[in-house]
Ligand binder design. Structure first.
Ligand code: GCV
Length: 690
């Protein structure tokens, strides 16, 4: 494994299917189609050593020419090979109007064996690019036997990466070195590396990217001005051939901070005009910009509340400025009171997103997309799925995930996230039939307004991109699972390990480690969905009462007898934000899924759980087990010493060693905390410190 190449390793494979790889016949196409041909050429060279000759596809009969791989479009191949693509959605079904909305047929492709040739066809140029990457993935997996026919369409039209990078070079919640794009208060990047990054992202289907933080600081506020737009246009140009469009983070108060107006009130005529003119300027530099992302009225970022306007009023003023350019506003729903008084039990932060946004369903313009964190809090190791999903009927929206491991181990601890994403994606919102998140995202866009996913990414300037080399699996897994939510975490782990290490015993071991990592992490972390027992600010390592008397609204309120917040109708009634069937399940401790039981209930420590043990005993047991599992994972990694290069083996070993220390702190601090509170010992007499 070469740590830089991630899942696009150079490795000679067998081509047992005997594919005619040497000749590639390419239909004439635009920028992205040309990139697809280039990716074919590079990829085949990387996997076989062959440099394919690129030849044009001729109209009419191609049967007399030497067999080869044909790259083109459904339309083109319909004529040349009489292949009908009825099974694919018709382009006329695309009734969206803005550049960020795409019908799921867009990006679709097929790979088909035909008379000794291999055809790779895209519904559009992006589809061709994805088809080429899918073909290369299949080739790299090096399976025996004939090359399979493959046909795919992305489940999620929007597949977004958000960076939280700052122009200083610092990456917000970044654990893989400095920013790929910025350093020292300016744009500073290696063009070749950004091209490689675009390739990696496109190879797993990413089609949108924002490169700077949603907390828009002073210099980044000026990104929408002439001072920086030229630089941004250059970045957009690197991503463009890979089918990835830029999204720009903007500040709601830009009319004041940038435009020097006395107000940012969305109803003020000069504010409306300012946004229009500024947006026109932005698009004169980047005509295919996907739009703006906005964090408003959240954690100190300005927003419409300041002017007694709603979130819809705020979003719509930007949306209207974007309409002439087919742009979209990605408006985040992370709106909550971060100045709460811990003494006040009447407020419940978990309710905030639904309380703010549900009454506005239908008030947002068509080119506004709400970006909603997957859970009601903030990317915790385990949270229920946020109740806005399934409930929103008239407002376009996407789900926000976090690949960067803010609360899941800082890319020091191994924590394979597709494990939790598959649970989220399979969650049934219980609004009628076919109402799992995966059904909603794949569903008819007239009835389901869930259009995809955005995720805060885990990459930086570290040579291996992700700090922990095995955390590459999370970036890969994000792309794969949102492309096809029917894939399970196990298949994805296996694919990533085989592609990265080459199929074989090392890949088997790595797959096993990935799959064990999330359950182990969850066990030694905050128990049963209680959330926020982390070190404040840093968010690594335990601090059981770190947020308990603070302003952030994330309390567990443990005393000598019980822990948790009652979020049922007898408490804050958060459960009522769910569809009735789910509300009933969550409100009933006997039926509530145990991995989130402490999110919904205040329970006594002697509450008996499904395994017949008390809650307290389960807390003790999971924390001992979590630590033991990390110990076993470390040993397993050591077994790979002789089969891996040092640059792969050693840094991961060092991380496992740190993870073990972290798991020990979690185990002992959590267990001691509850032992001190309750005075009830561990039934099995294991060591709990006083
Ligand atoms: C960009 C959490 C993080 C912040 C982040 C915020 C957000 O609170 O700790 O760093 O800020 O989420 O999603 O806006």
């Amino acid at each position: 494994m070469n740590i830089y190449n991630c899942w696009l390793q150079e490795r000679i494979v067998k081509n047992t299917a005997g594919l005619p790889l040497e000749k590639v016949y390419a239909e004439k196409g635009g920028l992205i189609a040309k990139q697809a041909v280039e990716e074919y050429r590079r990829g085949v060279k990387r996997l076989t050593g062959i440099t394919p000759a690129v030849l044009p596809v001729k109209a009419g009969n191609n049967s007399k020419i030497a067999p080869g791989v044909f790259l083109g479009t459904y339309k083109g191949f319909e004529k040349i090979f009489q292949i009908t693509t009825n099974s694919f959605a018709d382009s006329s079904a695309d009734n969206f109007t803005d550049s960020s909305a795409v019908s799921s047929a867009e990006g679709g492709f097929y790979i088909k064996n035909k008379d000794g040739n291999l055809l790779i066809a895209g519904y559009d140029d992006c589809g061709l690019l994805y088809g080429v990457f899918r073909f290369l993935m299949q080739l790299a997996l090096d399976r025996d036997g004939p090359f399979p026919d493959i046909q795919e369409e992305p489940a999620s039209p929007l597949r977004i990466i958000n960076h939280w990078d700052s122009i200083t070079g610092l990456v917000g919640r970044g654990y893989a070195g400095r920013s790929l794009f910025f350093e020292n208060n300016r744009f500073d990047y290696n063009k070749e590396r950004i091209t490689d990054y675009a390739r990696l992202l496109a190879s797993v289907g990413i089609n949108r990217i924002s490169i700077s933080n949603v907390n828009v600081n002073n210099a980044e506020k000026l990104f929408i001005t002439k001072q920086y737009l030229g630089e941004l246009a250059k970045i957009a140009a690197i991503f463009r051939p890979f089918g990835i469009k830029l999204i720009l983070s903007v500040s709601f108060a830009a009319p004041m901070s940038v435009g020097k107006l006395p107000t940012a009130d969305p109803f003020n005529p000069s504010v409306i005009t300012w946004w229009k003119e500024q947006t026109d300027l932005v698009y004169s530099y980047i005509p295919d910009l996907a739009g703006f992302i906005v964090k408003a009225d959240s954690e100190g970022e300005p927003g419409p509340f300041q002017y007694n306007r709603t979130q819809a009023d705020g979003a719509n003023v930007l949306a209207r400025a974007l309409v002439p350019h087919n742009g979209t506003v990605f408006w985040r729903c992370f709106v909550y009171n971060c100045q709460q008084d811990w003494r006040d039990h009447s407020q419940d932060r978990a309710r905030a997103a639904y309380d703010h946004f549900m009454p506005l369903d239908g008030s947002f313009d068509d080119n506004v997309i709400l970006q909603i964190k997957f859970g009601p809090y903030d990317f915790q190791v385990r949270e229920p799925v946020a109740p806005l999903f399934g409930a929103l009927k008239k407002t376009r929206h996407i789900m926000e995930l976090q690949i960067t491991q803010e609360y899941t181990g800082h890319q020091i601890d191994l924590c394979y996230l597709p494990w939790i994403w598959q649970d989220i994606i399979k969650f049934d919102t219980a609004y009628g039939p076919d109402s799992r998140i995966m059904d909603l995202v794949c569903g008819n866009k007239d009835t389901s307004k869930l259009e995809g996913f955005a995720s805060v990414v885990n990459t930086g300037r570290d040579r291996n991109w992700t700090g922990h080399t095995l955390a590459q699996a999370n970036l890969f897994g994000y792309g794969r699972i949102i492309w096809n939510p029917a894939l399970n975490a196990e298949e994805i782990a296996r694919q990533w390990s085989d592609l990265s290490f080459g199929p074989g015993p090392a890949a088997d071991t790595v797959t096993d480690l990935l799959l064990r990592s999330y359950p182990a992490f969850e066990k030694y972390n905050a128990p049963f969905g209680i959330c926020f027992m982390v070190t404040p600010g840093l968010h690594y390592g335990p601090n059981i009462e770190g947020y308990e008397f603070d302003r952030w609204g994330t309390y567990h309120r443990a005393d000598a007898h019980a822990i948790g917040i009652d979020r049922t109708p007898s408490g804050t009634d958060y459960t009522d934000q769910y569809a009735p069937q789910n509300a009933a399940v969550f409100a009933d401790p006997a039926r509530c899924p145990e991995n989130v039981i402490l999110f919904f209930h205040r329970l006594r420590y002697d509450f008996i759980m499904k395994n017949g043990q008390t809650l307290l005993q389960n807390i003790y047991d999971t924390h001992f087990e979590g630590y033991d599992e990390v110990e076993a994972m470390l040993e397993k990694w050591k077994s790979l010493k002789s089969s891996l290069k040092e640059e792969v083996y050693k840094p991961v070993l060092a991380r496992f060693e740190r993870q073990l220390k972290n798991a020990r702190e979690w185990r002992d601090q959590v267990n001691t905390y509850f032992w001190r509170k309750t005075g009830i010992p561990d039934k099995r007499g294991r060591m709990i410190y006083d």
